[in-house]
Design a protein around this ligand. Structure first.
Ligand SMILES: C[S@@+](CC[C@H](N)C(=O)[O-])C[C@H]1O[C@@H](n2cnc3c(N)ncnc32)[C@H](O)[C@@H]1O
Length: 266
């Protein structure tokens, strides 16, 4: 079975938006705290790379930021466009691929949240992506990444997470699973999968995302990649969306969050 280029679940932005809404405000607080602590003074231009249903982009737009979002999924982009129009928010969106970004402009803060960064499958792709993003940032601009890292070496590529969210008559149950037999220890890739179980007005629907190929990036490796890019300095790493709490083995969650600042001349 070949992995698909993008999960089928991303063709259902409304369900994604509900299923993933749980920590959005706190994540946006973190992004704002990064800008205040380390970003260009008064910086308000933000770029959401792999914006999905626009949960961060639209929340930041409501808080007065000028938002631009890109995503590979046309369904997600259309959903965000309609939401922004409905709520008269300053957000522009475009279909784009994080492997070779075509978006232009200058931003004070870029971010790539909830595992999207791991769609950069090769070291060359990661380095090229970092350099491209740095080119889109104002002097001193920030880039915040957030992706899964294993907490135990013996569960690498063999983890399962599930949660659910309900609004009115709709419940979305999200399953994130990894397929250990697909692990390629040399390329450091494996296949993972999202499944949505949706209950709406008493009807149940299962949406299987299909397998997608993703990259494993370990913390020490990420530090070396950032340094090797010559484009960014790594300011801090976290296991939760709390700027004052640095990454340590105790706080490390399934999401490793890193704050990068554009190097002078980067
Ligand atoms: C797990 S979602 C994260 C969305 C959003 N960042 C969030 O935090 O909710 C991953 C998103 O990445 C997008 N995506 C997958 N591959 C991509 C690529 N190569 N370039 C741009 N977006 C991609 C998917 O369409 C999906 O919307």
């Amino acid at each position: 079975m070949h992995p698909s280029p993008n999960s089928e679940v991303y063709r259902f932005p409304e369900y994604y938006a509900l299923g993933y809404r749980w920590n959005t405000e706190a994540e946006c607080d973190f992004l704002e705290a990064c800008l205040r602590a380390h970003g260009p003074k008064g910086g308000r231009r933000v770029l959401d790379i792999g914006c999905g249903s626009g949960r961060h982009l639209l929340t930041l737009a409501k808080r007065g930021y000028e938002g631009t979002g890109v995503d590979r999924s046309p369904e997600m982009i259309e959903f965000v466009r309609q939401q922004a129009r409905r709520e008269s928010l300053a957000a522009t969106v475009a279909v784009d691929d994080l492997v070779r970004l075509r978006i232009r402009g200058t931003y004070d803060l870029a971010f790539c949240l909830m595992d999207t960064f791991r769609f950069l499958l090769t070291t060359d792709n990661i380095l090229a992506h970092l350099r491209t993003v740095a080119g889109l940032l104002a002097p001193g601009g920030l880039y915040v990444t957030d992706f899964w890292v294993p907490r135990q070496w013996n569960t690498m590529g063999d983890e399962l997470y599930q949660w659910e969210q309900t609004e009115g008559e709709t419940t979305v149950r999200v399953f994130y699973l990894q397929h250990p037999e697909s692990v390629d220890p040399i390329a450091q890739t494996f296949e993972d999968e999202l499944v949505f179980e949706v209950e709406r007005n008493g009807e149940r629907q299962t949406i299987r995302g299909g397998r997608t190929l993703t990259r494993l990036i370990m913390p020490q490796e990420f530090q070396a990649l950032v340094a090797g890019s010559g484009a960014f300095e790594l300011l801090s790493m976290h296991g939760t969306f709390e700027l004052e709490k640095p990454l340590d083995a105790g706080s490390l969650s399934w999401r490793m969050i890193s704050v990068l600042r554009k190097q002078v001349g980067g």
